[in-house]
Design a protein around this ligand. Structure first.
Ligand SMILES: [Fe+2]
Length: 294
C-alpha cells in the first residue's frame, strides 16, 4: 500500500486500548486526507448471520441495505421476519463497534461525533450498471442530494466481510484542494432562495447551504468528466476480507471498483471538532471562493 495515501494501524480490538502516538497519528493522517487501514481488526458475523451475507438480502431496486439508528428501521432489504431482525441486529452491532473505535482512536471527536446510517453492501460492484452520476466506480467525493451537510464532515468506517475472501478494491485520487481548484469554476452555489425552496418542497432533509450546492456540483462534474475519469491520477488500494478502514469520504477522492459484502458506518462531525479545521472541504472551498459558504 502507498504510505502517502494509506496509514496502517496495528489496532486489533474495537475498544482499543490505543497508544497516544497511535491516536495522534490517526488524527493527523485522517484530517490530511489519508485512509486509515486496520488490517488486524475485523468484524465477525455470528454463525446465524452468515446466511444473510448474500445479494438475496437486497430488495430488487437497491444496492445497499441501511439501518437508521434513530428509528432502528432497516431499508432496502427483501428479508422479513426473524432474518430481517437478525440483519438489523448485525448492522447495529457493527455501528456500535465502529462508534467505540472512533471514540477510542479519536477521543477529540467523541463529544461531537454523530452516528448516522449504517449500511450493508452485499452486491458485487464489478460489472454493475449505473448512470454516471450514480456510478461509484468513478472517482468522486461523497455528497448526497437529499442530505445537506452545511459544511459538516462525512467520516465513514468500512469493514470487508466477504465470506469468500474477496478483496474490496478502491482507487484513491488526488488531494481535495487540487480537485476542487480544477472543477470549482464549473459549478454553481445555487440561486438565492433555492435551498429554502427545496426544503419546503420536501426535496431535502434540512436546508442546503451554498457549500452543499458546490459539493454536489463537484461530485457530478467530476463523475461526468470522461477525460478526468480516464486520466486523473489515482492509486490502487485493496482491502482484504476481514479488515477495516476509514476515511473522510467528503474529501478523499475515491472509487470502489470491485468487491461485495462490505459494512459501512457513516458519522457526521462539525468542522469545529477538527484539530485542523482548515483542512475541511468547507474551509478549502471558502478560500477558493473568497466567501463564507455555510
Ligand atoms: Fe463514495
Amino acid at each position: 500500500m502507498d504510505r502517502d495515501i494509506v496509514l496502517e494501524l496495528t489496532a486489533s480490538a474495537w475498544e482499543g486500548p490505543f497508544a497516544p502516538e497511535e491516536q495522534a497519528a490517526a488524527l493527523s493522517g485522517l484530517e490530511a486526507g489519508r485512509v486509515l487501514f486496520l488490517p488486524r481488526l475485523g468484524f465477525q458475523p455470528a454463525a446465524v448471520e452468515r446466511t444473510l451475507l448474500a445479494p438475496g438480502a437486497l430488495d430488487d431496486t437497491r444496492k445497499n441495505i441501511s439501518l437508521d439508528p434513530a428509528t432502528g428501521r432497516l431499508h432496502g432489504t427483501a428479508l422479513a421476519g426473524v432474518e430481517r431482525e437478525r440483519l438489523a441486529a448485525m448492522l447495529d452491532r457493527f455501528g456500535r463497534q465502529a462508534t467505540a473505535l472512533l471514540h477510542g482512536l479519536l477521543p477529540r471527536y467523541a463529544p461531537l461525533l454523530e452516528r448516522a446510517r449504517t449500511s450493508f453492501r452485499p452486491a458485487e460492484i464489478a460489472g454493475r450498471q449505473a448512470a454516471p452520476r450514480q456510478d461509484d466506480t468513478r472517482l468522486h467525493v461523497d455528497a448526497f442530494p437529499t442530505r445537506p451537510m452545511r459544511g459538516r464532515r462525512i467520516l465513514r468506517v468500512f469493514a470487508n466481510i466477504a465470506p469468500d475472501g474477496a478483496a474490496r478494491d478502491w482507487r484513491v485520487g488526488e488531494n481535495f484542494a487540487d480537485f476542487a481548484q480544477a472543477f470549482l469554476p464549473r459549478v454553481r452555489a445555487g440561486l438565492p432562495g433555492q435551498g429554502w425552496l427545496m426544503q419546503r418542497l420536501g426535496l431535502t432533509r434540512g436546508r442546503r447551504a451554498p457549500y452543499d450546492f458546490l459539493m454536489l456540483g463537484l461530485h457530478d462534474a467530476g463523475k461526468l468528466d470522461e477525460g478526468y475519469q480516464a486520466r486523473a491520477p489515482r492509486t490502487a488500494v485493496s482491502f482484504p476480507s476481514g479488515t477495516v478502514w476509514l476515511c473522510y469520504t467528503d474529501s478523499v477522492l475515491h472509487a470502489a471498483i470491485a468487491g461485495h459484502c462490505a459494512l459501512e458506518q457513516t458519522f457526521h462531525l462539525p468542522v469545529t471538532a477538527m484539530a485542523r479545521p482548515e483542512q475541511a472541504p468547507l474551509r478549502v472551498l471558502e478560500r477558493l471562493a473568497g466567501r463564507q459558504l455555510a
